[in-house]
Design a protein around this ligand. Sequence first.
Ligand code: ADP
Ligand code: MG
Length: 273
Amino acid sequence: NESATKQQPTVEPPQAATKGGLGTVYGRQLVKSFGHRTVLQDVDLDIKSGEICCLIGPSGSGKSTLLRCINGLEKVDSGILRVNGEDLGYEETETQYRPLSKKQVAAQRTQIGMVFQHFNLFPNMTALHNVMSGLVLVKRVKKQAAAEHARSLLQQVGLDGHENHYPSAMSGGQQQRVAIARALAMDPSVMLFDEPTSALDPELVGEVLGVMQQLAEKGMTMLVATHEMGFAREVADSLMFMCAGRTVEYGDAREVLAHPKEERTQQFLEKVL
Ligand code: ADP
Ligand code: MG
């Protein structure tokens, strides 16, 4: 199709450029390579506080890498990346733009929660200890206060009575909800989800999406890489379709889903819907 190949991809971030504050994510011209392989190319993002943004795209399109960069697990090669209103890993003084110390980076990262496809719980710890460990070890909260807070978070994700269970004794859906509670324990202003339901049996997907929907309703800023189009349609404000490290289409979630402008988006949606 000749006209499709000549067309420029539609990349129009929904918001204007701002410095932003807590709960915002701002990216401009983000580039990330592994060796000679460019995995992210000129990705722009503009997420306001309380916004739910879904990242969709075929396997290998760069969704995980983008989330890992936003979480500070990977460093972008170039571009501007601000999370919670702060340049990730850098600070701007009146005279220079300089890297933060490890301690400062760690402090920034506690403000950004992440939930992984494979839960990544500590297998040798109970649900309660998984949730309270960051509070005790990173935030230096006293054990009793940490346990109390962890209990209320487990309750919030519907795991009342599972405090003393080890991950191996829980279903995937329960483990993922513990992982969400553990991320929430650090009191993040932005939550990143990397295909949080992809490893789950179909009957367990709903309980995790339900917890995520509750979190969205409470006003948490969320970036969610997912293949769950129902969630994207019902919960997402914005949606980005990525392909081979580039943004193909980015805008209002319902609009992109109902009227995708790009042929690649249309083809992808036809396959997953
Ligand atoms: P997605 O999450 O959309 O499936 P990824 O971000 O995982 O995509 O991967 C994008 C591309 O980056 C893939 O080609 C993948 O092989 C490559 N990649 C991801 N992480 C690394 C890494 N640590 N080293 C080398 N290549 C990587
Ligand atoms: Mg991935």
